[in-house]
Design a binder for this molecule. Structure first.
Ligand code: IMP
Ligand code: MG
Length: 176
């Protein structure tokens, strides 16, 4: 399968979009402590960039779930690979995700985290692909809304590759 990668969101635009989300979070939370829950592995680059611009006390934790195999199509099956290290009870949790696509992963994750009684829980995503939504889920903070294209870079992978690209690229599959 041959494909080409083109730039969808260049580095500087990406940084500006993420800064704007951080400003919104700063305004909404003021000096309240915030607990960022990052969904591995795709959310890592967004978490580190976003958290640099947050002004309150921030703690971070990681969890890993899977809904995709090595394919580019959502299976709708969500499995916990790694749970959080710390309890989230009474914390102001913000779930930090790379992308909301079908919404299957996040709808499962958010309802599971709500059962642990955080003081509040919000969803912050770098990218939103609303055209493919299967679950009724909306992010509280979205840096960029994108069309229905398979994207990679800045944490997002294509077969575990390209996470380290400093921009968001889009994959165009060549006709066979
Ligand atoms: P969901 O379909 O909303 O459950 O998305 C689950 C996960 O699939 C996301 O958190 C990403 O890790 C991955 N994913 C969805 N769309 C893309 C894409 O365009 N490129 C790379 N990964 C994606
Ligand atoms: Mg993800």
């Amino acid at each position: 399968m041959s494909y080409t990668i083109s730039k969808l969101i260049p580095e500087d635009e990406l940084r500006e979009g993420i800064k704007k989300v951080a400003e919104r979070i700063n305004n909404d939370y003021g000096d309240k402590d915030v607990h960022l829950v990052c969904v591995l592995k795709g959310g890592v680059y967004f978490l580190t960039e976003l958290s640099k611009y947050l002004k309150m006390n921030v703690s971070i934790d990681f969890m890993s779930v899977s809904s995709y195999g090595s394919s580019t199509v959502s299976s709708g099956v969500v499995k916990i690979i790694k749970d959080l290290d710390e309890p989230i009870k009474d914390k102001n949790v913000i779930v930090v995700e790379d992308i909301v696509d079908t919404g299957n992963t996040l709808s499962y994750l958010i309802s599971m985290l709500k059962d642990r009684e955080p003081a509040s829980i919000k969803l912050c995503t770098m990218l939103d692909k609303p055209s493919r939504r299967e679950k009724d889920i909306d992010a509280d903070y979205t840096a960029f809304t994108i069309p229905d294209k398979f994207v990679l870079g800045f944490g997002l992978d294509f077969d575990q590759k390209y996470r380290n690209l400093p921009y968001i690229g889009v994959v165009e599959f060549d006709e066979q």
